[in-house]
Design a protein around this ligand. Structure first.
Ligand SMILES: [Zn+2]
Length: 480
């Protein structure tokens, strides 16, 4: 007889921590879902079962036999998809969520990076990272790259890593330090120490390491040494690139000259680069992390999906910072589609023609947000699609609300109609972390308390006048 997950519901209708419905080691069977596999060989499979055993997707098929001890999730009418992958988030900025919704890039640099960033203590970084991972898992983002350029001391980096290990979900710690005067910190021993202490000998752990290196001072010796350090250790690298007025083609040429660009190199934004730069990126196999909400609102340039398509450069999506953006992959996907299509129509109309076909499809955008993210992190062999043998990072969307039915185009529905409120069930590495809309085994109140305390401290260090100016930016209040 099948044990249904609903058989252990509490009075409130939610499966709670301590219930044995999803006890460790117990298989989980999704019954009768519309499975949006994102596996190029499988496509969308209606009325299909997915069996998860241990950390892994064991089988995908019709009317699978349920193991005797399986927890069965009735999924008829629901969409099952691989978890979203965010390839660039400055998690440490979470306590200042929303303060910069009206900022331009210059205002972000003035207030966040120059004035307020140096105020963050290790415990602020911990609180922010912990909260962001809880939020991400709750929203169906099962893997997040912590683009940790607030790690200005080894203690800050330790706090960031502690939070990623203690919070639910899969994470990539991208070690950065934008507050250092040069890139000497990469080679001074702190990265090696962290590698040895936290990231050696456990290649399949949920948290892995890479470098987040910005080349803001040009082609210097310390930049060459930092890039060589990463190459010598086979560490993937990510760099902000192609941001209007700040970072341009010369950076791409420097990365090419140093032999740094490769499929394990991710360029964030790339939204104001020439076609020549894109030729270099395509030749080297480097990948993109596009944050359309940030690029469009902050003024970094146009989302680079158009050039990526023309030159055959792989794309992933990211949510950058919640200081101004949503932290919501559904919004990120829609912003990406809107940006690409608006530009395509504009170009066509400027030539006196109406565009006949949208070149970017919803399916492409969903691919960027799932398999594309996994590929950018070098994890596409284990996550990014619902494929037997891959790790079970899964999201089930319930679509019972009036606005959510019927579903005529499952991938399009996820990109244009679904939202965070539809995320019913989330698994990471086979572990059920959310079911029936409720997180399981996650201390949300602790996350909220830590971030509240952090904000209280940060506010105590920021003059009221400065805070008010940041909330209501005017031309006179911006940095030169
Ligand atoms: Zn960024």
């Amino acid at each position: 007889m099948e044990n249904t997950a609903s058989g252990t519901e509490s009075g409130s209708g939610a499966v709670t921590a301590g219930d044995d419905a999803f006890a460790s080691g117990r298989p989980v069977l999704f019954r009768g879902a519309t499975v949006v596999t994102m596996d190029p060989g499988a496509g969308v499979l209606p009325d299909t079962d997915v069996l998860v055993r241990g950390t892994t997707i064991e089988s995908v098929g019709k009317a699978l036999e349920a193991p005797a001890d399986a927890a069965v999730i009735e999924a008829a009418g629901a969409l099952l998809l691989p978890g979203f992958v965010d390839t660039h988030r400055h998690m440490w900025q979470a306590p200042l969520r929303g303060i910069g919704v009206d900022w331009t890039m210059a205002q972000y640099i003035e207030w966040l990076m120059i004035k307020w960033g140096p105020l963050f203590r290790p415990e602020d970084i911990y609180a922010a990272n912990y909260m962001t991972m809880v939020e991400a898992v709750n929203d169906g983002i099962t893997t997040v790259t912590d683009w940790s350029h607030g790690s200005r001391t080894p203690e800050h980096a330790d706090a960031a890593v502690d939070a990623l290990f203690e919070a639910p979900g899969r994470a990539r710690f991208a070690y950065g330090n934008v507050f250092a005067p040069d890139l000497g910190w990469v080679v001074d021993g702190r990265v090696d120490q962290l590698l040895k202490a936290r990231f050696s000998g456990r290649p399949d752990q949920l948290v892995t390491l890479q470098m987040a290196v910005d080349i803001i001072y040009g082609p210097t010796d310390d930049a060459r040494e930092a890039l060589k350090f990463a190459r010598d250790r086979d560490l993937p690298v990510s760099t902000h690139a192609g941001s209007f007025g700040l970072l341009g083609d010369e950076q791409i040429k420097f990365l090419q000259e140093t032999g740094s660009l490769s499929p394990s190199y991710t360029l964030v934004h790339a939204s104001s680069l020439s076609d020549d730069a894109f030729r270099i990126i395509a030749e080297t196999g480097a990948q993109l992390s596009i944050s359309a909400e940030s690029e469009l609102n902050g003024g970094m340039g146009y989302a680079a999906t158009t050039q990526a398509r023309r030159f055959g450069v792989p794309v992933s999506l990211s949510l950058d910072t919640e200081v101004w953006g949503s932290g919501d992959m559904f919004s990120g996907m829609r912003a990406t589609a809107n940006a690409d299509r608006a530009l395509a129509h504009l170009h066509s109309q400027q030539g006196g023609e109406a565009l006949a076909i949208n070149p970017l499809r919803a399916q492409d955008v969903l691919e960027y947000a799932t398999l594309g993210g996994a590929r950018a992190l070098g994890l596409d062999g284990i996550i990014g699609s619902i494929t037997p043998g891959k790790r079970a990072d899964l999201v089930m969307l319930r679509l019972d609300a009036p606005a959510k039915t019927p579903v005529n185009n499952p991938a399009g529905h996820i990109v244009f109609h679904a939202g965070r409120g539809d995320v019913d069930t989330v698994l990471v590495d086979g572990r059920v972390l959310k079911h029936r809309g409720t997180l399981i085994g996650v201390d949300q109140s602790r996350a909220r308390r830590l971030v509240d305390e952090s904000l209280q401290y940060l506010r105590s260090q920021i003059p009221d006048e400065e805070w008010e100016q940041a909330l209501n930016p005017s031309a006179g209040a911006t940095a030169s």
